[in-house]
Design a protein around this ligand. Structure first.
Ligand code: SF4
Length: 350
């Protein structure tokens, strides 16, 4: 409690949550929410009847092995591959970009796609491996709109959050009573795309920020919607998220990308859940520029349970490799690599 910005307010909110006695299961789809919930021990503050499950909210964890293999193939064939730090260590089918780099491939960690464009000022082919959700897609779109040089390409691996939430709604007997929606994705997409959950699925949604008080407040707001039997989309994170979102970023995304089906590691293919470059930008599409050839694809180590962790069916500690064969230094699955991965977070606070 001492870690809360306002300890008294936190106690009041927890008390409010404890007044509700029926069993409820909420789902969030955000690695940063999982970090806040685990780091601040929020689950231990909740009564037993209120559960908060981590869904597929870590972009690195759900990036398919096939697409990591594509990036490795490029790096192993003389192309400079630039990407975000976490992605470099994620296992593909049989190795990672970090292993390719150790063997001499040119793999660079960048903080933004424009750093990757800078690399292309030298006479060599550079490909930016563009991963992440709606939060990172606008930056990728913006570099494409700024006419990067001919020797620059993008390996697009962006995914969209609302289709993953729709998948979670339909995960069999695993019904959720409400969603805590991700604050940073919502700064881009606004509240509109979540209406579907309230209207078609009668499932409440609250967009939340990332401080412990934000998450606790979101839980109270979800409970209130359930008590009122009035599922709707509410915004707890008003200091950053507006109803319409970032319209300029949305325009940049739709100018550059079209929506298509995409594979999610641990889940499978989800309709309308990925972005691909529009045909007018095909000159930058690394999949068209290079004749990438892949070997056998292995999405997960057979002993890794990330497919269950990613959909909240298994806690990391229930995986028999957790903390022994699988640690952040020796990750056996993607959920142990990224700072946003559920296993990595659980390991840090074990
Ligand atoms: Fe996979 Fe490691 Fe997590 Fe187990 S602990 S599910 S092996 S990432």
């Amino acid at each position: 409690m001492l870690n809360f910005r306002d300890e008294k307010l936190a106690q009041k909110i927890v008390q409010k949550i404890k007044e509700y006695s029926e069993s409820l299961r909420f789902c969030h789809v955000c690695g940063t929410h999982e970090y806040t919930i685990t780091r601040y021990g929020l689950r231990s503050l909740l009564p037993e009847n209120i559960e908060v499950i981590a869904g597929p909210g870590c972009p690195v964890c759900i990036t398919p092995a096939r697409e990591i293999d594509e990036a490795i193939w490029l790096a192993e064939h003389g192309i400079t591959v630039a990407t975000f730090g976490d992605v470099v260590r994620v296992p593909g089918s049989s190795s990672s970009l970090a292993e390719a780099k150790a063997k001499g491939a040119d793999v660079r960690v960048v903080y933004s796609p424009s750093d990757a464009v800078e690399l292309a000022k030298k006479p060599r082919d550079v490909v930016f491996f563009a991963t992440g959700f709606e939060t990172t897609a606008p930056a990728t779109a913006s570099i494409i709109l700024n006419c990067p040089p001919e020797n620059f390409g993008v390996l697009v691996s962006h995914r969209l959050i609302p289709p993953a939430m729709e998948f979670m709604v339909g995960v069999g007997e695993h019904r959720f009573d409400g969603f805590i929606a991700p604050g940073h994705v919502s700064t881009i997409i606004g509240l509109g795309p979540y209406q579907l959950f309230a209207e078609a699925y009668r499932t409440p949604v609250v967009v939340a920020g990332f401080e412990p008080l934000d998450v606790l407040m979101a839980i109270v707001m979800l409970i209130n919607q359930i008590k009122e039997k009035n599922p709707r989309v509410e915004n707890e994170y008003t200091r950053s998220v507006t109803f319409e979102g970032n319209v300029k970023a949305q325009e940049a995304i739709s100018k550059v990308f079209e929506v298509t089906g995409g594979y999610w590691r641990g889940i499978g293919r989800l309709a309308n859940s990925a972005l691909k470059l529009r045909s007018e930008f095909s000159e930058y599409d690394a999949r068209l520029k290079y004749n990438i050839k892949l070997g056998e694809i292995r999405e997960l180590d057979p002993n890794c349970s990330c497919h269950l962790v990613i959909i909240g069916r298994l806690a990391p500690q229930q995986c028999r490799l957790f903390g022994s064969a699988c640690t952040p230094q020796t990750p056996r699955g993607p959920c142990m690599v990224s700072m946003e991965g559920t296993c990595h977070i659980a390991y840090l606070v074990r």
